[in-house]
Design a binder for this molecule. Structure first.
Ligand code: ARG
Length: 565
């Protein structure tokens, strides 16, 4: 019903129809740096350029023709039309809207039920779940939640790295040195150790490489022992990954990994052959992408083995057929940018018009002391350890601050895990992040626990107020700047969600809820919310609305909002 910026845009559009559409106008509307210049401002530069007129003249014209109860005052300052909102009116409308819509405040139907597939997480079997995979998991999950909020139907796909020559090596290593019990107990650590040992031994024993290749051949040909070892490694690894997904409370709609496409590879190669796109190069088959200024895309090796890219081609085709997606997203680190450019280019060469709906959603690396973390040098951080550490720090913190809390360990889980998720999502995804456990588990400043704590504080006020239902405010006179700041932020939430959707950028939501939490804490510090005067009900309504939006913001990032902590 009410998004003041959008309303202002619609009012302006009445006059500006010929030059701009509502969305363009909304995009131009700014929030002035200082409240002396009003609550919203419309700059006339781009209009001036279009109409070849002085911006100030246009601003004056516009201001004369605005007439709405939403505004208390309209001023022209240079090229800007500044409007001062009728605060009581805005307050009442916005708070009533939030109280009636509850968690669906800010939802929209941009997606109209269309499907968006999200390739996310996608760790490699028999290898540790890396920080990069964590990033993909939490960014992908937040993007899925934001899409659902905007009326899309997200399909979360875990494209497991469960195929490739490394499995031949792993089987060879297991046959030489493996112990079943050890693999069962500490699957990933044990498989990783076997893999490392294989490479160490292979330096002096060339026969091992041959064995590895032979085992992979057996695997590709479907021989029983190779297949059963492979599927056992896969099952055991998945058990370990599932523990992490459970801790993060993330589920998938599909775990069709690379192996799933084994029987779909031939048809991809045929398709490319029929379109005469395959070229022989060093006895391998490639698709040349010179026109696209990209290196050739490797489809089939000289020994006939297919490649990562071939599998992704099969996967893209399968996803289009199975889900008829409107958009297909790949949440994968920036180091694979080239791969996804090639993938898209090959599909375009195959003349699929849906190829343009594939988007690589890249992200930066998790660094340690400014450097890439390397698996080889034993620098891997086991994510499960990090999660446990964070939960235990949260537990200590609660023990200190709120020793009588009832469901301490549940809350510690929500906070500890939330800290890690938020630490990742508050940064713009394309930036590298420095990994530091201390930073991740800090509970003050711009952190997840800070937002959670603020919401718990709001909930506690509401508990004390002890209202069965929160009354919708009638007409509220704002008395404090901090009240108005809070209202203005609540008003922004629907726009923030739309921007986060358009830019595939959950950090906008993360930053927004930190701002909202800060504004709320300022309000809380300045105003006695529960003191008995005629505005008590309105203040309670404002607290309830704030808590609703904080909770929903946290949810969109994949975090829980404990009501006490
Ligand atoms: N397993 C790959 C890796 O760890 C990521 C897979 C990403 N998804 C895809 N469809 N290629 O590097």
């Amino acid at each position: 019903m009410m998004n003041v910026k959008n309303n202002f845009a619609k009012i302006l559009w009445e006059q500006l129809k010929d030059d701009l559409d509502v969305q363009e106008i909304e995009g131009l509307i700014e929030k002035p740096k200082h409240t002396d210049f009003g609550d919203l401002a419309f700059p006339c530069f781009s209009l001036a350029a279009k109409r070849k007129m002085a911006p100030q003249k246009i601003a004056e014209q516009i201001s004369k023709n605005i007439n709405s109860s939403l505004f208390e005052k309209i001023e022209v300052v240079g090229p800007y039309v500044n409007v001062f909102l009728n605060k009581s009116q805005v307050f009442t409308t916005i708070i009533s809207e939030i109280l009636s819509k509850k968690e669906s405040y800010g939802s929209n139907n941009i997606g109209k039920g269309e499907v968006v597939t999200i390739d996310m997480s996608s760790p490699n079997i028999a290898k540790p779940f890396s920080m990069g995979h964590l990033r993909s998991t939490v960014i992908g999950n937040a993007i899925a939640l934001i899409h659902a909020k905007c009326g899309f139907k997200p399909i979360k796909i875990n494209h497991l790295g469960d195929w490739g020559t490394q499995f031949g090596k792993l089987i060879a290593a297991y046959k030489h040195w493996g112990v079943e019990e050890k693999v069962k107990q500490k699957t990933i650590q044990e498989l990783l150790a076997l893999y490392v040992k294989f490479h160490e031994e292979a330096e002096n024993n060339k026969q091992l490489e041959v064995e590895g290749r032979e085992w992979f051949k057996q695997l590709e040909d479907g021989h029983e022992e190779a297949t059963s070892l492979w599927s056992w490694f896969r099952e055991e690894s998945l058990k370990e990954f599932n523990r992490i997904y459970e801790m993060l409370n993330i589920q998938f709609d599909s775990t069709a990994g690379e192996a799933f496409y084994n029987d779909k590879m031939e048809s991809v190669v045929e398709l490319l052959e029929n379109k005469e796109l395959l070229t022989e190069s060093d006895s391998a088959k490639v698709v040349l992408l010179e026109d696209e200024q990209l290196p050739p895309c490797l489809i089939k090796k000289s020994d006939g083995a297919t490649l990562y890219a071939t599998r992704d081609l099969a996967a893209a085709l399968y996803r289009q057929q199975t889900y008829q997606f409107a958009k297909s997203l790949y949440v994968v680190g920036n180091e694979q940018t080239l791969h996804f450019k090639q993938l898209k280019a090959v599909l375009q060469k195959l003349e699929y018009d849906w190829a343009s709906n594939l988007h690589h959603i890249g992200f930066g690396m998790m660094l340690k002391d400014g450097k890439k973390m390397s698996t080889r040098k034993g620098e891997v951080v086991f994510l499960e350890d990090v999660l446990r550490e964070s939960i235990s720090l949260a537990q200590d913190n609660i023990e200190k601050k709120n020793p009588t809390l009832e469901n301490k360990s549940q809350v510690a889980h929500m906070v500890g895990v939330g800290a890690i998720v938020f630490h990742d999502l508050k940064n713009y995804r394309m930036n590298d992040i420095d990994f530091s456990l201390e930073d991740i588990t800090r509970f003050e400043g711009e952190t997840g626990p800070y937002v959670q704590y603020t919401n718990a504080r709001a909930c506690s006020i509401l508990r004390k107020a002890n209202r069965e239902t929160i009354q919708t405010p009638t007409l509220f006179t704002l008395r404090h700047d901090s009240e108005w700041e809070l209202v203005m932020l609540l008003l922004e939430f629907p726009t923030v969600i739309q921007h986060a959707l358009q830019k595939y950028d959950p950090s906008l939501v993360a930053k927004f809820i930190v701002d909202l939490a800060q504004a709320f804490n300022k309000y809380y510090g300045e105003v006695k919310i529960l003191s008995d005067d005629e505005q008590k009900e309105e203040r309670i309504a404002l607290v309830a609305a704030t808590s609703t939006v904080l909770t929903e913001g946290l949810r969109l990032l994949g975090m829980k909002a404990p009501i006490q902590m």
